[in-house]
Structure formats: C-alpha cells, structure tokens
Design a protein around this ligand. Structure first.
Ligand SMILES: NC(=O)NCCC(=O)O
Ligand SMILES: [Zn+2]
Ligand SMILES: [Zn+2]
Length: 489
C-alpha cells in the first residue's frame, strides 16, 4: 500500500488509446463526436486520443481511413491517432494494410471475434496477424465469441428476458476468445494488444501468456475499473441501458479491484475509455430487445480521475505507475514516444498540473460530454486536472475549460505558456515533474516506421519542452496563414 503526501504534480498529458467519436451503430451516430469528445478529453487531462477507423466487410480500408481523417481533422481539439479496423480478409485487404502502414503511418489494426459485420474466422485472423507481423504493425483484438453470443441472446429473448441484464447474461467471459486470439497471434509470431479486458478470467489469460513470454499487451478501461455490471439490474431502464457495452461489465463487484491490481502490477499496461456514447432516445431503440441497445459508455473525460481514485488514492499504485498506465505505456506501444507520453526536452508540450488534494464529483450535469448520462454519476474523485496544456496552450485552468468551444472556430484567445526567457503569461505551479513512469513496455517486433499521429487543428501547434529548462515550455506561436486561426477554442 502506497501512502503519499504530495501536492501538485506535473504529469504528461493523458493518452486514451481507445475511443469511438464517430461510431455508427444501428444507423445511429455516437452522441459525442470528435469535437465534444476531445473537448471532454482535455477537461479530464487527456491530450491525445486514438480512435478507430473501422472498415466493415468489403469496404476499402484506405477509403474508410480517409473518411475518418476528414471527420476528425476539422473537429479535434487535441491530437489524435487512428487504428484501423479490419473485418474481412483478401489480397486487397492485405495490400491496403501495407499502404496504410507505409503511407499513412498506421501501425495498429483492430480485429474482431464478435459483431456480425466485423467478426473474422480463425483462418482470416491468422492471415491478418501474419500481415501485421510482416509490415511491423501491432494487431489488436476485440475478444468475444460472437457466434455463441448470438445463440445465447436468442435463447434469452425466447424465454422472455428482454431487458439490459440479458446483454451480460448472453455474453460469456472473454477468456476463451482471448486465449484463442493469443494462440493464433502466437502462431503468426505477431504481438497482440487485447483491447478492453473486462473480466477476471480474460485478465488471467493475458497475465499467463505474458509469463510464458508471449508478446501480449492488455488494456483496462475506466468503465471496468470504476463501476460494475450490477447496474444492468437497475430498476430504471435508462440507467441499466446506460451501462450496456461490449464486453459487458461483470456483475461480480470484485472485478474492478482485480483489474486495477493487474494494472498496478503491470500485467495490464494501458487504460482506455472505449468512449462510445449514446443518448437516452438512442438507447431506447432496444427497449423491448436488449440486442438492439447501442453498445457503449462514456469515460474519456473521467478516465484519468477514475484511475487516480481507484489506483493511486486507494494505495494500489504510485504516481509514476499512474503516468505509465494513463499515458506513457500507450505512447510506447503505439510508437509515438517520446514525442508523447513524456515531459522532456523535445517532447510535445502536453502537460497536466494534477492536484491530488482536490476532489470533484462526477456528474452528467457538469461533464463536458454531449451525452446525457454518465456511468460514474456521483463518484467522488480525489485528483483533479487543474491546468491542462496541449502543445503549449492552456486549455483548462482551475479545472475549468478555458473558453467555451465555438463551432464557428473562433481564434484561440486563452493564455499561452511562456516562450523561453521572460515573464510567463501563466506560470505552471512549481511541482515535481513525474516523468515517463517506470514501466517498460515490450513492443516485440512491432516497429513500424510510421507515427500515426495527427495534429489537432489548433493554429498554434509546435510547442515543445524547452531543452534548457525542461520545466518550461517553449511555444512557437505561429500566426496561421491569413491571420485567421483554425483553432477550436
Ligand atoms: N465497446 C462498446 O460497447 N462499443 C464500442 C465498440 C467496441 O469497442 O467494441
Ligand atoms: Zn471492441
Ligand atoms: Zn471500442
């Protein structure tokens, strides 16, 4: 048990490696888009997200990637990267994976063992993993047994179980699918990143594989660490449906603590949010049939606070491990380190001044998300991002987002952290810099040349840490062409 008496910490901006800010589910788009989602991210201390450009069966991967770039580029308030989802296999898919890696800097491809429109057969999975190995990309997997889920869900509906609890009852723990994906990736000699590890049994499979020396990385989610599946039995249908996500939260109330133990000891490496939000009217499509409830929850804004509360405040992890689990490990795994995930000369000036002594209560009434529900409603979190700086620009002060975001893209008028010598317009409180964490994350053979990092549409990009004094941030505030900012703030 760690006990700390600490004041402010300067930590690298959080990196959320798992968001869906434009997912179309059953014809409905997520409530949070690249604008509201990344604004919420910054409010919570996350300065970079990684989203998924998911190609459905038969779709061109490159076209889908281009579409996501178009959707995101004009809206994001912070830097972002994309993983590409692969839902089928043929030679064209293989060629496109190569093109994406070589020409667009994509170094991670997500595969699915569930969702009818995305799931791959074992032989297809093997081929995709072979390709990932050949091009030096990291394979990712959503590990659930889609066919068994379909059958179990129908059985439940047939006996009259139509409510949100049917969602979790129909979905076996992911141990079997996780083991299968790891085995196939190992056969292909390919490193594997298991997204959203949600159950104890799946987490154990990841831990055991790592102990055997297999290059497997595991991702915990804020949802999985901060709440549990007992909510599916809540008497309020909207409440229960608000927690519907896949894989589901497990009803066993000891699961979140178990997952946190593994994140603290390094068996799990990264923390995402899987932010994929739907409003009440969208969730209500599944009122009479849980299979139609759009899957997904919030977490992008609250991820850092939840991990601090359940990890550091609870005494399970130290602040360095917190930095690794919320930022640095993701930067290393996805090949954007040390530009991201570290406070050091030459790194991007993404810095959070974290106040461990302040508390805040999470609520949908006050969050920055566009969605009308928050799965962490009422949770009191110690640990507040008091100042958030993205590429040298102060976007959050005293816990408040500096200036209401305007869709009309008004020029940014907030304070800018000082340029080299001289009087800073805004001082970062003197506090220890918590560096890149102590965790070494093995990337195995994954070493693609690309970087998969897209800059936010701020007109002020380019701020880096000053190499003469790493505590200072050097901004190169460049006037955008024509004097007009394309920034969002
Ligand atoms: N997780 C979830 O429920 N929705 C987003 C899609 C996915 O990641 O599987
Ligand atoms: Zn998934
Ligand atoms: Zn997801």
């Amino acid at each position: 048990m760690y006990i700390y008496y600490i004041s402010y910490l300067n930590i690298p901006g959080g990196i959320d490696p798992h968001t869906h800010l434009n997912l179309n589910c059953m014809g409905m788009n997520t409530a949070d888009d690249f604008y509201s989602g990344t604004k919420a991210a910054l409010a919570g201390g996350t300065t970079m997200i990684m989203d998924f450009a998911i190609a459905h069966k038969g779709e061109s991967l490159v076209e889908v990637y281009d579409k996501y770039r178009e959707l995101a580029d004009s809206k994001v308030c912070c830097d972002y990267g994309l993983h590409v989802g692969v839902s089928s296999w043929d030679d064209k898919v293989g060629t496109e994976m190569e093109t994406l890696t070589k020409e667009k800097g994509i170094n991670s491809f997500k595969t699915y063992l569930a969702y009818e429109e995305n799931m791959l057969e074992d032989d297809e999975l093997y081929r995709v993993y072979n390709k990932c190995r050949d091009i030096g990309a990291l394979a990712m997997v959503h590990a659930e047994n889609g066919k068994i889920i379909q059958m179990k869900a129908k059985e439940l509906i047939d006996i009259g179980v139509t409510g949100p609890e049917g969602h979790v009852l129909s979905r076996p723990e992911e141990a079997e699918a996780t083991q299968r994906a790891i085995t196939i990736a190992n056969q292909a000699n390919c490193p594997l990143y298991v997204v959203h590890v949600m159950s104890k049994s799946a987490a154990k499979v990841v831990s055991v594989a790592r102990r055997k020396g297999q290059v497997v990385l595991g991702e915990a989610l804020a949802a999985g660490l901060g709440t549990d599946g007992t909510n599916y039995w809540n008497k309020c249908w909207r409440h229960a449906a608000g927690y519907v996500m896949s894989p589901p939260l497990r009803p066993d109330s000891s699961t979140p603590g178990y997952l946190m133990d593994l994140l603290a000891n390094g068996d799990l490496q990264c923390t995402g949010s899987d932010n994929c939000t739907f409003n009440a009217d969208q969730k209500a499509i599944g009122k009479d049939d849980f299979r139609l409830i759009p899957n997904g929850v919030n977490g992008l804004e609250d991820r850092m606070s939840v991990v601090w509360e359940k990890g550091v405040h609870s005494g399970k992890m130290d602040p360095c491990r917190f930095v690794a689990a919320t930022s640095t490990a993701a930067a290393k795994v996805f090949n954007i380190y040390p530009k991201k995930g570290r406070i050091a000369a030459g790194s991007d000036a993404d810095v959070v001044v974290w106040n461990p002594n302040e508390t805040r209560t999470i609520s949908a009434k006050t969050h920055n998300h566009a969605v009308d529900f928050n799965i962490f409603e009422g949770m009191i979190c110690h640990g507040v991002p008091e100042v958030v700086i993205t590429r040298g620009h102060v976007v959050v002060e005293d816990g408040q987002v500096n200036k209401p975001c305007k869709v009309e893209r008004e020029p940014y008028t907030g304070p800018v952290i000082q340029v080299g010598a001289g009087t800073p317009e805004k001082k970062i409180p003197e506090s220890p810099i918590i560096g890149d964490g102590t965790e070494f994350v093995s990337r195995g053979k994954t070493q693609s040349g690309g970087r998969n990092l897209h800059e936010s549409s701020f007109a002020f990009s380019g701020a880096q840490i000053d190499d003469k004094d790493p505590k200072r941030i050097q901004t190169r505030v460049s006037n955008p062409p024509g004097g007009k900012s394309s920034g969002l703030w």
